[in-house]
Design a protein around this ligand. Structure first.
Ligand code: UT7
Length: 325
């Protein structure tokens, strides 16, 4: 009998410090950076984001999301045999944030590692966990997307600092005789490294190069729209399904215009798209599990429905995953 993986619980966590566009615009004005609520809303759909306090790390946000997901799944930390954390803002250079989270959770002993695929990270992590469950390497996985992007933002660069936020989302993924994850499709093209990156690195006790996020927004936008459509279609084809079978699109929450464009290409109305970018901003690898948990807890997304998750980000990386909740 084929072995599948199923999502049995979701959770998420946002830091308490919430900045509306008005709050951020006022804060940036004190640094001589000019922007406006109108520009941010019109170009991105973002109205607010959350920033973690000093000393709060990705593992702290991930821990709260993980506890919620475990509770929803009716599991305890000791049931987990695999932890994968998707993050580009790890607590340390090493060890992995997954190891730090594992210790905070008290799930010591299970396999734990990070996946670094920037904003596609959660889709990558979920696809890896699914493969490990299908092969029998794991049976109860905790998959987390956790980020503190506020730490790598250049608050003098208005083209990027208004876009991102902090947060975490998590799912418990368990072996099952019934599907579950139906198909996934992952890609990367390293020739686009320069359009979205944090170019600096640690060397000799200091940071060499720029430690803050750089993005050519227009280049990312143009690539994202086409790649998200192709990943969605490839994933549907692998599962022998069509756009008409999708109950909900749960996209990476970067920009409402990218989501609208993807929905249009897939002939989905926007009332089939889970949207949280307005309240969370772009939380990179955390954005999809944050959106998923919000939709599950509000009752928007229901058990038995078919969801298409899709992400795109630095690398360049992109991917999609089809799952029956
Ligand atoms: O998560 C990973 C994936 N990332 C993404 O998906 C991001 C993809 N890119 C985008 O979402 C959009 O390209 C942005 C939201 C980043 C930018 O939107 P855009 O419509 O592409 O704007 P633009 O870069 O063409 O800039 C238009 C104008 C420029 O002024 P001029 O040259 O026309 O006079 C910018 O200087 O808007 C100006 N501008 C701003 N104005 C006020 C750029 N940022 C701001 C700002 N406030 N914050």
């Amino acid at each position: 009998m084929k072995r599948y993986s199923r999502i049995t619980g979701t959770g998420s966590f946002l830091p308490t410090r919430r900045l509306t566009n008005a709050d951020l615009v006022a804060e940036l004005a004190t640094k001589g950076v000019e922007t406006s609520d109108e520009w941010i809303v019109e170009r991105t759909g973002i109205r607010a984001r959350h920033f973690a306090s000093d000393g709060v790390h990705s593992s702290d946000l991930g821990l709260e999301a993980a506890k919620m997901a475990l509770q929803a799944a009716g599991r305890v930390a000791q049931d987990i045999d695999l932890i994968i954390v998707a993050t580009s803002t790890p607590d340390m250079v090493f060890p992995s944030t997954a190891c730090i989270l594992q210790n905070k959770l008290g799930a010591n002993g299970c396999a734990a590692f990070d996946v670094q695929a920037v904003c596609s990270g959660f889709v990558y992590a979920l696809a890896v966990a699914d493969s490990m469950i299908q092969t029998g390497a794991a049976k109860c996985a905790l998959v987390v997307g956790a980020e503190v992007f506020s730490r790598i933002l250049d608050f003098k660069d208005r083209t990027t600092c208004v876009l991102f936020g902090d947060g975490a989302g998590a799912v418990v993924l368990e072996a099952s005789e019934t599907p579950g994850i139906l198909a996934s499709d992952l890609h990367a093209d390293g020739k686009h490294v320069g359009i979205l990156c944090v170019p600096g690195h640690v060397s000799g006790g200091g940071i060499l190069g720029d430690p803050l996020l750089k993005m050519d927004g227009q280049a990312v936008f143009k690539l994202a729209v086409g790649l998200l459509e192709s990943a969605a279609r490839a994933t549907l084809a692998k599962a022998n399904l069509t756009e008409a079978d999708i109950d909900w699109l749960v996209p990476h929450q970067a920009n409402i215009r990218i989501m609208q464009s993807t929905a249009r290409k897939l002939k989905l109305s926007m009332d089939k798209v889970v949207v949280t970018v307005d309240q969370h901003g772009n939380t990179s690898a955390a954005s999809i599990p944050l959106a998923l948990d919000a939709a599950v807890r509000s009752g928007q997304v229901k058990p038995g429905q078919t969801l298409l998750l899709e992400g795109v980000g630095g690398g360049f990386t992109w991917g999609a995953l089809l799952v029956i909740l």
